[in-house]
Design a protein around this ligand. Structure first.
Ligand SMILES: Cc1ncc(COP(=O)(O)OP(=O)(O)O)c(N)n1
Ligand SMILES: Cc1ncsc1CCOP(=O)(O)O
Ligand SMILES: [Mg+2]
Length: 528
């Protein structure tokens, strides 16, 4: 049975409905989770997992540290408990000032800490409390002893909106035998609910003989079995902390409980799947990647990250129509251009189907990177993201460069087509790396394209704060004249038909490269 009931979406667990605004109404207050937990030096679980989860889910996260653990993928080597009065001081600092929406608790290693936490929450009420009753680490090390169970039951559980025990924690809280079946989990969820929390999720990750990861959610009336596929990986350290902090993050954004739990379960499942092949540490339980970024950053690339304006020297721009006409694949065209001396490649595949384009873009990425050549994608930010290209080129009617920058992050290369000084200025403000200026000469490759001429190119180059590549109708016969203008900021030429609408791409690229080199050395002689 999966999701047999649907809950009302009203925020009935909120202690107070608050519009997320600061005292200055023109500024938005971001959703805010405070995590009260232990530090994990290996950063797979605890405070560090909570911070990463909230960052990944777009929620601000503040922290009250209850213990500092020395921990890695092998296990827990040491625990240093933070004195109670200093836990109180941290709680007061954050809760008295920072408009916390949701508190999420993790490792609470002493009776005193549980007690001061519940007192602080009475003094500074928040909209929701998520309690992850951490007792034993995934490596089997005890993080909170049985002495705190009574305090948990009496103080914290009645205040909680949701508790998220695993099988061991559920049986410890109930003082009962090991839970072995989904039916046991249901009974446990019901008994735990009677201790006061509004919702209970009993996590069945350790359930023996189960192909799926089954969790039982209980809202006081109905049970829901939440199932996801079990991902085969050693990198499961911190899943409990991450699930609870993701629930807290979704609640802080305004979600009601069941949708928050479903999103959290899907988030953890996706992160585990993404991270199944990453290797950190030598122990049996590795951390996973909360931000979905480690794999691409770890890929071996011969290209230095970052933009080098001299890469614009011979800028080869592909064209699907031309490749089709000459019966060649994009990859063969790109290989030939690189062999001929192209210093940067742009895939400008106006008519390609997305699926095929992505496959070709991935293959071109590998080719370019094995030669240390950057690969940019024209227009399609989605394709650039999916194949982890080095960047994009956008025009005045494409995705604005400022939005592309937000989507792609600070490192990717962004080029913008500009015909005027104003457009060049805006490209700089938007965080572009270079501009493409043209058409310098008339072209058949781009319909209805205004020709700016050499004069238009010079005007834009002189005003630009960014390096410029000239484009439009450029070939081996006129590239010399373009480069010999020696106007400031002009770094090279971008060419489509003079390379790709020719019988031999290799020959034409070599020819153009030789012309550009001659022009560059003549300019150098003239200026010295
Ligand atoms: C290097 C370079 N400069 C200009 C363009 C043109 O981009 P845009 O104006 O968006 O037109 P399309 O190429 O998308 O038709 C470019 N692609 N590359
Ligand atoms: C894409 C583009 N943007 C301005 S001109 C142009 C076409 C350049 O193609 P060609 O090099 O064949 O003239
Ligand atoms: Mg475009």
């Amino acid at each position: 049975m999966a999701y047999t009931q649907v809950l009302s979406t009203s925020c009935m667990f909120y202690k107070e409905d608050r519009v997320p605004m600061t005292s200055d109404n023109s500024k938005m207050k971001p959703p805010h989770v405070l995590t009260v937990a232990g530090s994990d030096s290996g950063a797979g679980a605890g405070i560090q997992a909570d911070l990463k989860t909230c960052a990944a889910r777009g929620v601000y996260c503040s922290t009250v540290i209850t213990a500092v653990t020395a921990q890695n993928t092998v296990g827990v080597q040491g625990v240093n408990i933070v004195p109670e009065d200093f836990v109180v001081e941290q709680l007061k600092s954050v809760l008295s000032d920072m408009q916390v929406d949701v508190v999420k608790t993790g490792m609470l290693p002493s009776v005193g800490i549980v007690s001061v936490l519940s007192q602080s929450l009475h003094e500074f009420p928040v909209r929701a409390l998520v309690v992850d009753p951490v007792m034993v680490s995934t490596s089997g090390d005890v993080l909170a002893g049985p002495s705190i169970l009574a305090e948990f039951r009496e103080e914290l559980l009645p205040m909680a909106d949701i508790i998220t025990p695993n099988l061991k924690e559920a049986s410890a809280l109930l003082g009962c035998q090991q839970l072995k079946t989904v039916s046991d989990m249901r009974s446990a969820a019901k008994l735990l609910h009677e201790m006061g929390p509004r919702y209970v999720i009993v996590k069945g990750g350790d359930l023996p003989d189960s192909l799926d990861a089954v969790d039982v959610f209980f809202d006081g009336q109905d049970f829901y079995e939440l199932r996801s596929s079990r991902i085969k990986t050693r990198n499961t350290h911190g899943t409990g902390c991450s699930l609870a902090s993701c629930i807290a993050a979704e609640l802080a954004k305004g979600s009601s409980m069941l949708p928050a739990v479903k999103v959290a379960k899907r988030y953890v499942e996706t992160a585990l799947d993404y991270s199944k092949d990453i290797a950190i540490g030598n122990g049996t339980q590795g951390p996973f990647d909360h931000i979905f970024r480690l794999k691409s950053n770890g890929q071996k690339s011969h290209r230095q990250v970052g933009f080098n304006p001299s890469d614009l020297f011979l800028y080869a721009v592909t064209d699907s129509g031309m490749n089709e006409k000459w019966g060649r694949s994009i990859t063969d065209a790109v290989k030939a251009a690189i062999e001929g001396g192209a210093t940067i490649v742009q895939l400008r595949e106006k008519d390609a189907e997305t699926h095929k384009f992505l496959e070709a873009a991935k293959a071109c990425c590998e080719i370019c990177h094995s030669h240390g050549i950057p690969l940019l994608i024209n227009d399609r930010i989605d394709i650039a993201l999916a194949c982890d290209a080095d960047g994009v080129h956008v025009g005045q009617s494409d995705m604005p460069a400022s939005v592309a920058r937000t989507l792609l992050g600070p490192e990717k290369i962004i080029g913008v087509s500009c015909k005027t000084i104003e457009q060049a200025h805006q490209a700089w403000i938007d965080g572009a790396d270079y501009i493409g200026c043209g058409g310098v000469y008339p072209t058949n490759t781009k319909a209805n394209n205004l020709t700016v001429g050499l004069e238009g190119l010079k005007t834009v180059c002189k005003a630009s704060k960014l390096p410029v590549v000239a484009i439009g109708g450029i070939n081996a016969s006129n590239a010399g004249s373009v480069m010999e203008t020696a106007v400031q900021n002009l770094k090279g030429v971008a060419v489509v038909s003079a390379l790709f609408d020719r019988e031999c791409i290799l020959t034409e690229t070599r020819k153009l490269h030789a012309v550009l080199k001659t022009a560059a050395s003549m300019t150098l002689q003239r200026t010295h």
